[in-house]
Design a protein around this ligand. Structure first.
Ligand SMILES: [Zn+2]
Length: 154
């Protein structure tokens, strides 16, 4: 999977670009050089997510458990980085997310996206040395679903 290529932004005058918050998850990261993100995710965040899940994506072709983890990770990422141009699409993503988690879908669609997230792809990358990716993805996906349902109630 690769993000659509877009023309690179002009280099900022006077040196390195500043770290910026991902428009989706809010994680602050140094910009990924030479790439731009989608409307819902910073390029650096997308790249970190792709790098974190690269190994398990390769395993997914032959390992059903790995394939399920990849599917859950992709769904959680989409739920945390919805396309602002298509705000209604996230409801279908959230429905898929809770089904993958084995939970009942939330009957009330969230009126607004969460402002803060318990966990982001940056947290997964940071904890990967001590916790397995499969467990991290499961925990992250649950927190994304929780954050959405909390936003729906607030
Ligand atoms: Zn992000």
């Amino acid at each position: 999977m690769s993000a659509p290529h877009r023309s690179a932004p002009p280099a900022s005058p006077g040196g390195e670009p500043e770290p910026a918050a991902c428009p989706g998850c809010g994680a602050v990261m140094a910009p990924a050089p030479g790439r731009t993100g989608t409307d819902g995710a910073a390029a650096a965040c997308r790249r970190l997510f792709e790098e974190t899940t690269r190994g398990i994506r390769e395993e997914a072709a032959t390992d059903p458990r790995a394939a399920a983890t990849v599917a859950l990770a992709d769904t959680a990422y989409a739920a945390q980085h919805p396309d602002p141009a298509d705000p209604g699409a996230v409801h279908g993503v959230l429905d898929t997310l809770v089904r993958r988690l084995g939970d009942d879908p939330n009957p009330d669609p969230a009126p607004q996206r969460p402002r803060v997230w318990q966990m982001t792809p940056a947290d997964i990358a940071a904890d990967l040395d001590v916790v397995g990716l499969e467990a991290l993805v499961e925990t992250w996906a649950r927190t994304v679903a929780e954050d959405w349902s909390r936003a729906a109630r607030s």
